[in-house]
Design a protein around this ligand. Structure first.
Ligand code: 5AD
Ligand code: SF4
Length: 473
C-alpha cells in the first residue's frame, strides 16, 4: 500500500508524521509524494487556532473526486482536530474514513489496512481520553506511550526532530493544548539518545528537541525539571553538528540553560521563548506566571552566555481585557528585547478554555488594528537586524538543493535563518557546482551573504571550497 501524509500545524505534528510514516513503512507500506500516487491519504491536523475544523473539512472534501474514481481509496485524519471533533467530522463527511487522535497514532497502520481490506468500516479512535461513565475528557488518561525510537523512516532529513516531552500542564487560559495533548510526560533519556543516534546514522546532522515545553523535561517523575542536563547528553552524541530546541516556557528558563549556550559547542545561539504579551496584567490573566520584567531578566541572562543569541517569540494581540495601555506595553517590550523574529497571533477563543468565557472579549476590528501595528514593528526590527548579514560570511548547514532554483542550495545559519546560495565545486572557487555534480547535503559550508531579507539570505559559497568541504566531512 502506498500512503501520503499531509501535515498541518506545529513541529510536534511534523514529528508525529515522521513517526507515523515510520510505523507504516515498518508494516511494509511505502510513502509517496502526492495523494494521486497513493492508496491512502492521512491528514495530520492542528487545532490551536480558529477555523482549523473548516480547513480540515474542506481539505477532506477535495478528495471526493479521487474517491469516486477509486472507491478503495482511504482518507483519514489524525492529530488534534481528530482528537477534538473527529466524531462530528466523521458523521458529516462521506469522504472521511477514519479519525485518530494524537494519543493513538500507533493504531494508524492497522486501521488503514483494515479499511483497505474492508474488514473495518469508518473508524473513530479518540476514546482514550474520555471517561467511559460520563463521556467527559479525562486529562490524566492522556498518557499515551511514545512511539519507540527504532521506528524511523528509511532516511532522516539533515535536520531531524525528536520529541522529548509531550503535553503541557501550564494551563495558559487561552490554550487548548493541555486538553488535546494532555499533561506533561517526559520521555526516557535513553530512548531520546537512541533516537538521536539512529537519526545521525540515517544522515541527520542537526537534532531539534521538541515539546510544547521542552524545558519542563524531567529525567524521572520524582526529579525536578532538568532540560539542561539532557542538552549536555544529546550535545555529546558523535557526528552531531548542531542542536536546537523548541518551544520553551519562560518559567523554566534558568541559569543552567543559559550557561549551556556557552558550554555545548553544538548548541546553536537561537532561542524561541514565547512571551505572549508585554503587559503584566494580561500575563497574569493568561496564567503565564512571569512578568515582563522577569522575561527581560531571563533574556539578559541568556545573552550573557551567548552574546550573539537570536531570540524569537510568540505574541498574542487582543486577549480578553487587553487595553490600549496593555498593548502599548507589548510594543515596548518587543522594541526593548529586539526580537530576531516573532509570530503574532490574534487571540482566538478556543472552546473549553477559561479565557473563552471571559466577557471582556476584544472586538475583531481592534484586534486587527493591533495585529497590523505589531507586525509592522516586528517587520521593521527584522529589516534592521537582517541587514547586518550583508557582506558577512556565515556558516550554513546544507539541507539540500533549493526547491525553486535548480543550481542553488538551501540551508540554515546557526541562528536559524534560511539561506539560498550558489555552490562551489570541491576543486576550488567558482567552478560552479550544481545539485547534480556535488552533493553538499548535510555539510557545513561558509557562505558569503550578498542580499539579506527577513525571509531569506542569499549568497555564494566562500572561495576555496575544498577546505570547507573537508571540514564538514
Ligand atoms: N489564540 C491565539 N493564539 C494562540 N496561541 C495558542 N492558543 C492561542 C489562541 N487561543 C499561540 C500562542 C502559542 C502559539 C503556539 O500559538 O502564542 O505560543
Ligand atoms: Fe499552551 Fe501555555 Fe502550554 Fe504553551 S505553555 S502549550 S501556550 S498551555
Amino acid at each position: 500500500m502506498r500512503f501520503y501524509i499531509h501535515t498541518m500545524g506545529c513541529q510536534m505534528n511534523e514529528y508525529d508524521s515522521v513517526k507515523m510514516a515510520g510505523l507504516l513503512e515498518q508494516a511494509g507500506h511505502e510513502q509517496v509524494a502526492t495523494p494521486e500516487d497513493a492508496d491512502a491519504t492521512i491528514i495530520n491536523t492542528c487545532h490551536i487556532r480558529e477555523k482549523s475544523e473548516h480547513k480540515v473539512a474542506s481539505l477532506v472534501g477535495t478528495f471526493a473526486e479521487l474517491k469516486r474514481r477509486r472507491p478503495d481509496y482511504v482518507v483519514g485524519i489524525t492529530g488534534c482536530v481528530a482528537q477534538g471533533v473527529g466524531k462530528e467530522l466523521l458523521a458529516k463527511s462521506p469522504v472521511l474514513d477514519f479519525a485518530i487522535g494524537s494519543t493513538e497514532l500507533a493504531k494508524v497502520p492497522a486501521v488503514v489496512e483494515g479499511l483497505r481490506a474492508h474488514t473495518l468500516a469508518k473508524v473513530l479512535a479518540d476514546d482514550v481520553d474520555r471517561d467511559p461513565q460520563t463521556g467527559k475528557r479525562n486529562r490524566e488518561a492522556l498518557h499515551y506511550p511514545f512511539i519507540a525510537p527504532d521506528i524511523l523512516p528509511q532516511r532522516s532529513t539533515v535536520s531531524a526532530f525528536i520529541t522529548v516531552i509531550k503535553g503541557c500542564d501550564k494551563m495558559c487560559t487561552f490554550c487548548v493544548v493541555p486538553y488535546t495533548r494532555g499533561m506533561e510526560v517526559s520521555r526516557a533519556t535513553d530512548e531520546i539518545l537512541a533516537e538521536g543516534r539512529a537519526h545521525i546514522a540515517h544522515g541527520a546532522r542537526e537534532l531539534v528537541l521538541l515539546g510544547q515545553n521542552v524545558n519542563g523535561f524531567r529525567a524521572s517523575k520524582t526529579e525536578k525539571p532538568d532540560f539542561a542536563g539532557l542538552l549536555y547528553k544529546v550535545g555529546a552524541l558523535e557526528g552531531l553538528k548542531r542542536l536546537r530546541y523548541t518551544t520553551s516556557h519562560p518559567r523554566h528558563f534558568d541559569e543552567p540553560l543559559a550557561r549551556a549556550f556557552a558550554e555545548i559547542p553544538a548548541l546553536c545561539p537561537y532561542l524561541h521563548l514565547p512571551v505572549q504579551s508585554g503587559s503584566d496584567a494580561v500575563l497574569d490573566a493568561m496564567n503565564r506566571s512571569y512578568t515582563a520584567g522577569d522575561y527581560k531578566t531571563k533574556i539578559d541572562l541568556a545573552r550573557r552566555f551567548a552574546p550573539n543569541l537570536a531570540v524569537s517569540t510568540d505574541l498574542i494581540v487582543g486577549f480578553p481585557g487587553e487595553t490600549d495601555a496593555d498593548f502599548a506595553a507589548t510594543m515596548r517590550l518587543v522594541e526593548e528585547v529586539g526580537f530576531e523574529s516573532a509570530f503574532v497571533f490574534k487571540y482566538s477563543p478556543r472552546p473549553g478554555t477559561p479565557a473563552a468565557l471571559l466577557e471582556s472579549q476584544v472586538p475583531e476590528g481592534v484586534k486587527a488594528e493591533r495585529m497590523t501595528a505589531l507586525l509592522k514593528l516586528c517587520d521593521d526590527l527584522q529589516w534592521t537586524t537582517v541587514r547586518r548579514y550583508e557582506g558577512q560570511s556565515v556558516e550554513v548547514l546544507v539541507e539540500g538543493p533549493a526547491r525553486d532554483h535548480a543550481s542553488r542550495w538551501f540551508g540554515r545559519t546557526p541562528d536559524n535563518r534560511p539561506v539560498i546560495f550558489e555552490g562551489a565545486a570541491n576543486g576550488g572557487a567558482g567552478t560552479g557546482a550544481t545539485p547534480d555534480t556535488v552533493d553538499l547535503t548535510g555539510m557545513l559550508v561558509d557562505v558569503t551573504i550578498v542580499k539579506a531579507t527577513p525571509h531569506a539570505l542569499t549568497g555564494a559559497v566562500v572561495a576555496g571550497g575544498a577546505p570547507v568541504l573537508a571540514r564538514a566531512a
